[in-house]
Design a protein. Structure first.
Length: 662
């Protein structure tokens, strides 16, 4: 039998299959059963329609029986169909996800797990790979732009194809980013912590703002109206004089100062009796007077003065401030602080056999203390030859000591009229305050017709005070609880209500009150040791050694300056860059010579043209000194107290100088 469509003979099996298909079609006219043959014919007819307008391609056809057998196969197999193969197998399109390279505003589509049957007679354009390409085109183009053949192919398999929206890749990135960030709970906790910290900082700022006082640099008027000239005249009649007690360790300095305070009624007898009882209990009965000044446990245990101690007493002719300086070589820096506060130096030497010689040799402090006193501006010196009772008040011993010291003092720079020798006994009090009264005491001092130590202090030449210069004070101590600054007025006058400035901190405050000789006062004059209470300032940047001055005269703070320098005995020459300690009053800091400008002649003092590379003992030179940090200084010609200094190295005083130029 021949097929009407193809004109080819049919086999018996094909005829049988065709007959069965026609019979079934007749039995179900309303809902025909779609057999594999009818489905195959339908697919074939549709595919042939798609190829009507295309060039005819040469292809090899498979038999209808093979197509029927492949369709009824219970197990589908995936294969890669190739053109012109004699067999066609069931294919499975692999899952392909199409993600655009750039984020899209419109949701994209993807194709998953599509299984369908195709014939080897189909064009390669309609194979699974073609469907994948069509899906890819659908992702990036609208449906209206697709070719008609692709549209029909997609419609044919729409029941077997599943499409779903694919989330924008930007969302994935956001998710990853969000999970890498702190959780909401963590954010809340951190915010609470930050809030507490901000609150604390805010409280501190508010507190500082409340404390902040804006003080003008314009000078202010004093609180009280007083006659300054009348006050100056009164001070000249009974001046305030400060003296420092210096000398070798164990020369009896603290005992002498205790005796002066006891005899001047600054220390009452009940207090002294108590001190004497405590000293005897400790096995140091002879130290009872020394304990008047040495009040710390360490000083009393060691029997030596460590820090400077000061006190005030009054006589009918003068007001005195007494400063007890340590004599041990380890505490020379404290001794320098004491000397910087004094007008007069009382050099105490021990008249005991070998004791004077021990203090006067190279290792003793008698010479160094004397040199320091002169270098720091002391012009008047009283030598108190102490412990004369240990040598039975022998005149020969007194004259022997006087002869040796007199030559040394003249060599140091003291004038003959500025030197005075007095024999005393600090322990017994003979010739300290009162003249000998008993016959025994008179016999002891029958060879001496001079004054007592106190008389010598009272009769000292009156010191000229620079009251016409601006007010300047160097801070020796600070009472932080009451904002009081203790020191000695170098120049000028000060009254409550006036505005002052601190150097180097440049803080500005107003003088609230001041105390002179332990009493409230309305004026402080050059030479007075006072306590100054200042308001509207912060203590954080103020320290001992800083300078207070009237607001329109700020003392300059410098790190380098030119100086005229005099060197003493040196163990080795001083080279450029050699470090040492510079002492200005009660301040010390590291320094070095950065430049040697010229030398001065030792005899004439004339400037020489030589510019040496180092300095030796006894030389005088113009040098440039570099400081480690800023220091308040003034030119020597303007202020001698703030314009002079001494140098120490390795425990020895090596030189002294004055400030010549900034």
């Amino acid at each position: 039998m021949i097929d009407k469509k193809d004109g080819k003979p049919l086999s018996k099996i094909a005829l049988l299959a065709k007959a069965r298909a026609e019979k079934r079609a007749q039995e179900s006219q309303t809902t025909p059963v779609k057999t594999s043959v009818s489905i195959l014919d339908k697919l074939k007819s549709k595919k042939n329609d798609q190829l009507e307008n295309k060039p005819i391609e040469k292809r090899k056809q498979t038999s209808k029986l093979y197509n029927l057998a492949a369709f009824k196969s219970s197990k589908l197999k995936t294969f890669e169909p190739a053109p012109f193969k004699e067999e066609s197998k069931l294919e499975t399109i692999p899952k392909e996800v199409f993600v655009p390279k750039e984020p899209q505003l419109e949701p994209t589509l993807t194709l998953i797990d599509i299984s369908f049957n195709t014939s080897s007679t189909s064009s390669s354009k309609y194979r699974p790979s073609s469907i994948s390409k069509a899906s890819s085109i659908l992702v990036n183009h609208s449906r209206s732009e697709l070719p008609e053949s692709y549209k029909r192919k997609l419609e044919e398999h729409h029941l077997n194809t599943i499409y779903f929206p694919y989330t924008n890749t930007q969302l994935v990135k956001k998710l990853k980013t969000n999970f890498n960030k702190p959780s909401p709970d963590d954010i809340v906790i951190d915010a609470q912590k930050s809030a507490f910290e901000i609150e604390k900082k805010t409280e501190k700022v508010i507190e500082k703002v409340q404390k902040l006082k804006i003080t003008s640099k314009t000078p202010t008027k004093p609180k009280f109206k007083i006659d300054v000239d009348a006050e100056l005249t009164k001070r000249k009649a009974k001046p305030n004089t400060s003296f420092v007690v210096i000398g070798h360790v164990d020369a009896g300095k603290s005992t002498l100062t205790g005796r002066l305070l006891l005899e001047s009624n600054v220390v009452d007898k009940n207090t002294y009796t108590k001190l004497k009882r405590e000293a005897e209990k400790s096995g140091k009965g002879s130290f009872s007077l020394a304990w008047v000044m040495d009040q710390t446990p360490e000083e009393r245990d060691r029997g030596v003065t460590i820090d400077i101690n000061s006190s005030q007493f009054e006589t009918p002719n003068a007001n005195f401030t007494i400063v007890d300086a340590p004599g041990h070589k380890d505490f020379v820096p404290n001794m320098i602080t004491g000397v910087s506060q004094a007008d007069i130096a009382v050099l105490v030497v021990d008249a005991s056999i070998n004791a004077f010689e021990s203090g006067f040799n190279l290792d003793g402090q008698t010479k160094e203390h004397t040199i320091l006193a002169k270098s720091l501006g002391i012009n008047k010196i009283i030598v108190a030859v102490n412990k004369m009772d240990n040598v039975d008040w022998e005149e020969t011993r007194f004259e022997e000591i006087k002869l040796q010291l007199y030559e040394f003092l003249k060599f140091t720079g003291f004038k003959q009229s500025e030197i005075q020798f007095i024999p005393i006994s600090g322990l017994s009090g003979l010739n300290v305050v009162k003249i000998p009264e008993s016959d025994t005491d008179k016999r002891k001092l029958k060879w001496y017709s001079g004054s007592t130590l106190l008389q010598a202090l009272e009769s000292a030449d009156k010191f000229e005070r620079n009251t016409s210069l601006p007010f300047v004070l160097s801070i020796n101590d600070i009472e932080s609880s009451s904002l009081e600054f203790i020191g000695r007025i170098e120049t000028g006058i000060i009254q409550p209500g006036e505005t002052v400035i601190f150097s180097p901190s440049n803080q500005i405050g107003i003088v609230d009150s001041l105390t002179v000789n332990n009493q409230k006062a309305q004026i402080g004059i050059a030479g007075d040791s006072i306590s100054l209470k200042v308001k509207d300032i912060e203590l954080d940047e103020i320290q001992i050694g800083d300078v207070i001055s009237i607001v329109n005269h700020n003392v300059p703070s410098v790190k380098s300056f030119k100086s005229k320098l005099l060197l003493f005995d040196l163990n080795r020459p001083i080279l450029l860059g050699t470090e040492f300690m510079l002492f200005r009053g009660n301040v010390q800091q590291p320094a070095k010579i950065s430049n040697i400008i010229s030398l001065f002649d030792k005899i004439t003092g004339e400037k020489l043209n030589k510019k040496p590379k180092h300095l030796s003992s006894k030389q005088s030179a113009l040098v440039e000194i570099q400081l480690q940090r800023e220091l308040p200084l003034e030119l020597f010609k303007d202020n001698q107290s703030l314009g002079r200094f001494v140098l120490r190295k390795d425990g020895f005083t090596i030189g002294a100088g004055v400030v010549e130029e900034f």
